[in-house]
Design a protein around this ligand. Structure first.
Ligand SMILES: *Cc1c(COP(=O)(O)O)cnc(C)c1O
Length: 429
C-alpha cells in the first residue's frame, strides 16, 4: 500500500505500459482474482441459508465475461430491462435464475420476462392487473417491491430517504396486493426492498432483513400467502474514499442469520430463501478506468486534461462522487499539487477530481481512477460524440483479455443506417 495515496491498485505502471502497446487508453480493466475471491466470500457468508442466491445487478456491469465469472459461484441475474433479459437468456441464465426488478415497466418487457421464465418483481400494485392483461394470467411465483416510506437511518448516521423514492408498494398496498394475487392464483410469494444505497456499514442488510422478516410474518398470518423468498436487493456499499473501512460480508451474513433465527424460524418460516441483488459490492472495487494525462493547463486553477471523460465514468459529474486517483509510478510520491482532473466534454462538470491533492503529474503519465467496476462503463453515453472505451480483463494468470472492444465512429453512426449520410460517412473512412 502506498504511503501517500492510501489506496492500492491492482495494476502497476509496468503492466499498463505493456497493455497500452495493444490497447490504447482510455479503458476499463477488471481484476479477475478480486472478483472471484469476493464472490466466493459472498456465497460463504450466506451458506447458512439453503436457498440463498445472489442475483447480480446486471445494470451495474453488463459485460458477459464478468457475469460468466459470477455464474461459476452460483449467481443469477437481476435484470431491469429487456436488453438485460436478452443478455442473460443468451448466456443460458433463465427461469428463476433471473429476477426481473424493473419499474415503470413497458408491456413488452413484462411479456419477454415471462417468456424467459424470470421471476417478476412488481414495483407497483397497479401492475398486478397490467401483468395479468399482458400474460392472460399471473405466473405462479410473484414478488413485490416494498417501500415503507419515511427515512431509513442506521446508527452511524448513514441514511437514505425511501419516502422520497419512486419505487415500491406502501405497507397497506403490500397486504392488499398479496390478497389480490392469491385470489388470482399466485402460489409462491417474494418480498423485495431497496431502502438505502452504497451503505458502508455492516448494519444495513441486518436492519433491512429485520424489517422485511417482520413484514413477512404479518403478511403470511393475515393473507395466508406462502412466502418463499425475501430479497434484500442491492445497496451494500464499497469504500470509495481512502482510509474508509469496507464492509465485512461475513459479518453481514451473520447479522442476517441472527434476525432470521429470531423472527422467521419461530414463525415456522425457517425455509424462506434469502436473495440479494448486489451490483456495486460484487464488481465495484474490481474495476478501474485507466487514462493518460494529455494536457496540463495553468489558468485560474491547475488542470490536468486526460484522455477519458465523463462518458467513460459518469459518477463524479452526476453525483459529485469521489473516485480515488493513483498516478502510476508515483504511488509513493508526496501529494503536493492541487489539481482538477478533467475530461474533454463541453460541460464544466466533466471533472474526475476537483481540488485533489496529487503528486506532480506530467504529460504522458497514466492515471488509475479507482472503483469503476460497477456503475462505471455501464453508465456510459455518447454526448459530444465521444465513444465508449474498451473493457479488459486482467486474468488470474496475469494475462490480459479484451472483453469488449472500444466503440468506433461507425458504432456512433449506426442508427443512421439506411440514411444517405451513413454511406457518405462510411466513404470518408
Ligand atoms: C441498482 C439496483 C441494484 C444494485 O444496486 P447496488 O447498489 O449496485 O448493489 C439491485 N436491485 C435493484 C432493483 C436496483 O435498481
Amino acid at each position: 500500500m502506498s504511503e501517500h495515496n492510501g489506496k492500492k491498485t491492482f495494476v502497476t505502471k509496468e503492466i499498463i505500459q505493456e497493455i497500452v502497446k495493444i490497447y490504447p487508453t482510455p479503458f476499463h480493466i477488471y481484476d479477475e482474482k478480486g472478483i472471484r475471491e469476493n464472490a466466493k466470500a459472498v456465497q460463504e457468508a450466506f451458506a447458512w441459508n439453503k436457498g440463498f442466491k445472489e442475483y447480480f445487478a446486471v445494470k451495474a456491469n453488463p459485460n458477459p465475461a464478468l457475469i460468466a465469472i459470477l455464474r461459476e459461484y452460483g449467481c443469477g441475474c437481476d435484470c431491469s430491462s429487456i436488453t438485460e433479459l436478452m443478455l442473460s437468456k443468451a448466456m443460458g441464465i433463465e427461469g428463476d435464475d433471473i429476477m426481473f426488478s424493473s419499474n415503470d415497466t413497458p408491456a413488452q418487457e413484462y411479456a419477454y420476462a415471462a417468456k424467459v421464465g424470470a421471476i417478476i418483481n412488481l414495483d407497483d400494485i397497479t401492475h398486478i392487473d397490467f401483468v395479468e392483461k399482458i400474460l392472460g394470467s399471473l405466473p405462479e411465483t410473484m414478488s413485490c417491491r416494498y417501500n415503507p416510506g419515511g427515512i431509513f437511518q442506521m446508527s452511524n448516521g448513514i441514511m437514505d430517504n425511501p419516502g422520497d423514492a419512486k419505487y415500491g408498494f406502501t405497507t397497506e398496498q403490500m397486504f392488499k396486493g398479496f390478497r389480490i394475487m392469491k385470489e388470482k392464483g399466485v402460489k409462491n410469494f417474494g418480498i423485495h426492498a431497496f431502502l438505502a444505497s452504497n451503505t458502508v456499514t455492516n448494519e444495513y442488510y441486518p436492519m433491512l432483513a429485520k424489517k422485511l422478516f417482520e413484514l413477512a410474518v404479518q403478511l403470511k398470518e393475515e393473507t395466508g400467502a406462502d412466502i418463499r423468498f425475501i430479497n434484500l436487493s442491492g445497496g451494500v456499499g464499497i469504500p470509495y474514499q481512502p482510509g474508509q473501512e469496507g464492509n465485512d460480508i461475513r459479518l453481514i451474513g451473520e447479522g442476517v442469520r441472527k434476525v432470521y433465527e429470531e423472527i422467521l424460524v419461530p414463525a415456522g418460516m425457517g425455509d424462506v430463501a434469502i436473495y440479494t441483488e448486489m451490483g456495486r459490492f460484487m464488481m465495484g472495487p474490481y474495476g478501474a478506468l485507466v487514462t493518460q494525462a494529455i494536457h496540463e493547463k495553468h489558468t485560474h486553477k491547475e488542470y490536468i486534461g486526460v484522455d477519458a471523460c465523463a462518458v467513460n465514468l459518469m459518477r463524479p459529474a452526476m453525483y459529485g462522487a469521489y473516485h480515488h486517483i493513483t498516478v502510476l509510478g508515483k504511488e509513493d510520491t508526496a501529494c503536493e499539487y492541487k489539481y482538477d482532473v478533467t475530461g474533454s466534454l463541453c460541460e464544466n462538470n466533466d471533472k474526475f477530481a476537483v481540488d485533489r491533492m496529487l503528486p506532480k503529474i506530467d504529460k504522458g503519465d497514466y492515471l488509475v481512477i479507482h472503483d469503476t467496476g460497477a456503475h462505471g462503463y455501464a453508465m456510459g453515453y455518447n454526448y459530444n460524440g465521444k465513444l465508449k472505451s474498451a473493457e479488459l480483463l486482467l486474468k488470474e494468470d496475469g494475462t490480459v483479455e479484451l472483453i469488449r472492444r472500444a466503440e468506433n465512429p461507425m458504432d456512433y453512426f449506426a442508427t443512421l443506417d439506411g440514411f444517405e449520410i451513413h454511406k457518405k460517412i462510411q466513404k470518408e473512412l
